[in-house]
Write a protein that binds this ligand. Structure first.
Ligand code: IUR
Length: 452
């Protein structure tokens, strides 16, 4: 069939055959399809959806549009990764990758950059002087052999079809389509040839989906297609209303991740790290139940073996030894290494009360405008812009006490932005309903896994 025939079939609610889908993806990859045709097909898929078989074929075709990584046979059952649908203050990868490596896994973590209000792991790591996120397939193999984990950017050769489709989805308002999101995420993870994959599907006001049912539907689709591709795939539905941990902003999040790797992590961050890591160890058969998996990850973090892996990873990815040693020592002067924003400002609580909630979306949107994030692909970020929460949920506070420290540069917050930040704090009285501290809402595991 010609490309216009394929578009018509989908537009009219028909089902595309495997060959139809492969033809379309081949044309996208080679550049022989016109942009208007790609846009029309994306809109047809957005409107009509795809059944499970079509989504699986689309995912496989995208995965095969470029290089597929391969690993030594003795790594079978050990190669794992995590993908998050994006949040505020989400520094989980920085702790989880080295913790998994410390538990004997191989972790080729291919991460992204921040866009809109969500942060990106690559931007966070680039606040460490010398850290090089650009590594070839051969270098990734060397990193996994010598350290056990790496955190790198997408290589040019991996899933080229996604690069074209993702940009075009953005331009045609077709990002929020279940089959398109599923194929985009799972094709990239499939190209990493993983034994197991865990998805952190966020739900809440600062997530891709605010509604639990919509987030669950995405999680089911991702888990289903991931397993069909032969990766043990599970998902954790987790709350994304406030901020994960206490810090948002690139270098502040690196500091918090390092403190967590030194055993001083906040409870909500540790809960997510241990759950996501525990699920991976369980799915790979490295532990018998989830509680044992969580314990192994927690021991690696608290006991310092994950910190040693992080130090080795930084060194192998270009950071000078004196810098890694200073960052990983017991009493680090983080600002002298990572830099400090030109200005800081503390916000005071307006009344006595109990902290019921912090609006993570409002906070992230202001931080993005102050330079912590980007509105368009390719824009630079100011690594030192961010916010530290000085209170936690449920804490009783007194009028006038500081609840947030804002770090900013030459671009000062406007009065309207300061108001948005002030309004992000929700205070109440003891008996009021408060947002829960527990981030994990639901687990979706492939059949046969035991929780515990
Ligand atoms: N991240 C991806 O890799 N792909 C997507 O479609 C979305 C997030 I939305």
């Amino acid at each position: 069939m010609s490309i216009p025939d394929l578009i018509r079939t989908k537009r009219d609610g028909g089902v595309l055959s495997d060959e139809d889908i492969r033809t379309f993806i081949r044309a996208v990859t080679s550049g022989s399809v016109q942009d208007c045709q790609t846009g029309a097909m994306l809109m047809a898929i957005w409107q009509q959806g795809m059944n499970e078989a079509e989504t699986e074929t689309l995912t496989r075709a995208m995965m095969s549009s470029g290089e597929v990584l391969s690993w030594p046979t003795e790594w079978a059952g050990l190669v794992v990764d995590k993908h998050s649908t994006g949040g505020v203050g989400d520094k989980i990868s920085l702790v989880l990758a080295p913790a998994l490596a410390a538990c004997g896994c191989k972790v080729p973590m291919i991460s992204g950059r921040g866009l809109g209000h969500t942060g990106g792991t690559l931007d966070k790591l680039e606040s460490i002087p010398g850290f090089n996120v650009y590594q070839s397939a051969v270098q990734i193999m060397d990193l996994l052999t010598s350290v056990g984990c790496c955190i790198v950017g997408q290589t040019e050769t991996l899933v080229p079809a996604d690069r074209v489709l993702y940009a075009m989805r953005d331009a045609t308002s077709t990002v929020d389509s279940l089959p398109l999101i599923t194929a985009s995420i799972i094709s990239k993870k499939g190209a990493e040839s993983l034994s197991a994959l865990v998805l952190d599907v966020k739900v809440g006001r600062a997530a891709l989906f605010e509604d639990l049912d919509a987030a669950r539907a995405l999680a089911c689709s991702l888990v289903n297609v991931g397993n069909r591709l032969g990766m043990r795939t599970g998902a954790v539905l987790s709350n994304m209303d406030a901020v994960i941990g206490r810090c948002a902003g690139n270098s502040l999040e690196v500091m918090e991740a390092l403190e967590t790797l030194k055993g001083n992590g906040p409870d909500d961050l540790m809960e997510l790290v241990t759950t996501l890591g525990g699920v991976l160890l369980l799915m790979n058969g490295l532990v018998y139940d989830l509680s044992e998996g969580r314990k192994q990850i927690s021991d690696a973090v608290i006991g310092g073996t994950a910190l040693s892996k992080f130090q080795a990873m930084m060194e192998s990815q270009g950071v000078a030894k004196e810098v890694t040693r200073a960052l990983c020592s017991a009493h680090t002067d983080y600002y002298s290494i990572l830099g400090k924003s030109k200005y800081q400002m503390e916000l005071a609580t307006p009344t006595d009360g109990v902290v019921l909630d912090v609006n993570g979306l409002a906070l992230a949107e202001v931080l993005r405008k102050l330079g912590a994030g980007r509105s368009k692909v390719g824009e630079p970020v100011n690594h030192c812009v961010g916010a530290e929460l000085l209170v936690s949920l449920g804490q009783r506070v007194q009028r006038g006490a500081s609840w947030m420290r804002l770090h900013y540069g030459d671009q000062a917050p406007t009065p309207d932005q300061i108001n948005r930040l002030k309004n992000a704090l929700v205070l109440g009285s003891d008996g009021d309903t408060q947002r829960t501290h527990t981030l994990v809402k639901e687990l979706l595991l492939p059949p046969q896994e035991h929780t515990g």
